[in-house]
Design a protein around this ligand. Structure first.
Ligand code: CA
Length: 236
């Protein structure tokens, strides 16, 4: 029951590299090189994840994501190359779940792919599907800080850290995007959701609470750092 990934990328060398590496990880992979084929393949395959480049012939990645979003909830990981594209993706007008900026390493890509697929699996489980498969015990480890995804439990230096559900979700989201600058708006949208009524100060408050629980000195944070004029970055 390997998971299916659709790669939409018109640069053939990158398309082949992505396909090779994802197949090596055991995923079922299909590749296309333009926007229209992307839509056709997505509807036929119903993949678990779509890796979607933005600059494409026929129809660009923004348009593809916009159309797909109306029809299906498949996770979309966008590949961006330019700053103005990043602004639109981070602004989330397009409904992507995550993005990677070119050039990126295969290690980075694989981490994002796994994070998105894990999210999709959890969502399916919550919806009561695929209860027949037992998930392995998954953990994210950052030295003495361990996030146990199966138990939804965080430990620091061996002791359980008491976290409220939103604090846990925020920490997990930050950890899944390690070393990536995340704007308050992006965090708010991804962790609290579209329909959340509130503002980005909500994020600041939760970050402060998290720091008090996981930083050695919350006044001098080293795990969750503030990016001036930007947002937050999880260092590990
Ligand atoms: Ca391209």
């Amino acid at each position: 029951m390997s998971e299916t990934i659709l790669i939409v990328e018109d640069e053939i060398s990158l398309q082949e590299t992505l396909a090779y590496n994802l197949k090596k990880e055991g995923y079922t992979v299909e590749t296309v090189g333009d926007g229209r084929s992307a839509l056709e393949s997505a509807w036929r395959l119903k993949p678990d994840l779509i890796v979607l480049d933005i600059m494409l012939p026929e129809m660009d990645g923004f348009e593809v994501a916009r159309i797909l979003r109306k029809e299906m909830s498949t996770a979309i990981l966008m590949l961006t190359a330019r700053d103005d594209e990043i602004d639109r993706v981070v602004g989330l007008e397009v409904g992507a779940d995550d993005y990677l900026t070119k050039p990126f390493s295969m290690r980075e890509l694989m981490a994002r792919v796994k994070a998105q697929l894990r999210r999709a699996r959890l969502l399916r489980e919550e919806m009561g599907k695929s209860k027949d498969s037992i998930q392995p015990h998954e953990k994210l480890t950052f030295d003495d800080l361990i996030i146990d995804l199966t138990r939804r439990e965080v430990t620091l230096d061996g002791g359980v850290v008491p976290l409220k559900p939103k604090e846990y979700e925020l920490l997990l989201f930050l950890a899944e995007h390690r070393r990536q600058m995340l704007s308050r708006e992006f965090i708010l949208e991804r962790v609290w959701g579209w329909d959340f009524i509130g503002d980005s100060r909500t994020v600041d408050v939760h970050v402060r609470w998290l720091r008090q629980k996981i930083e050695k000195d919350s006044a001098v944070p080293v795990r969750i750092v503030t990016v001036r004029g930007g947002g937050y970055r999880f260092e590990g």
